[in-house]
Design a protein around this ligand. Sequence first.
Ligand SMILES: Nc1ncnc2c1ncn2[C@@H]1O[C@H](COP(=O)(O)OP(=O)(O)O)[C@@H](O)[C@H]1O
Ligand SMILES: [Mg+2]
Length: 183
Amino acid sequence: MSSHPSASGVTVWLTGLPSAGKSTIAGALAGLLRRDGREVEVLDGDEVRAHLSPDLGFAKEDRNENVRRIGWLAERLAAHGVAVLIPVIAPYADGRDLVRRRHTDRGLRYFEVHVDTPVEVCAARDPKGLYARQARGELRGLTGVDDPYEIPTNPDLRMDTSRRCAQDCARDIQAALFGGTPR
Ligand SMILES: Nc1ncnc2c1ncn2[C@@H]1O[C@H](COP(=O)(O)OP(=O)(O)O)[C@@H](O)[C@H]1O
Ligand SMILES: [Mg+2]
């Protein structure tokens, strides 16, 4: 018999600049965890914005409110044993810290990954063309360029994706979370 489901629940927040690799790594990690028989939910930034926070913009208050809502939902899922993966920029330390505190206050496991890809590498990748649009003056408020990104001071894991492939990054997170032991 498995232990109480909440024992395996965890929220994994992948924070970092646009194009850092958050979504790609979350997708790879989801595959690894599902193969281990875990329940996984991915709350990706773009989808969440469309479904949970269509009313919000990109000012500090709005970005933090978006983070707070995602964190609230993650708590509920993690309490039922789900591994909740959240590839969302979350640029402000106070917004991230609030989500951590709410989890730990309820005895829920919380794990912050700083996807620490240098901005030059992010701008060269630019799969969505955001950096190019910012450079052409068509977009303002791009995190890490002309909008703040507060670097996490004490993440549970920090990774520079310019040196490793997404699959390896996902494996590193899996090992840090569960020590490689299948469920
Ligand atoms: N080690 C790596 N981890 C994650 N993505 C990587 C890595 N190396 C290269 N990439 C590429 O970088 C891009 C990251 O895009 P994406 O995952 O959408 O970033 P984000 O969700 O952080 O905005 C993708 O095109 C991906 O293939
Ligand atoms: Mg993404």
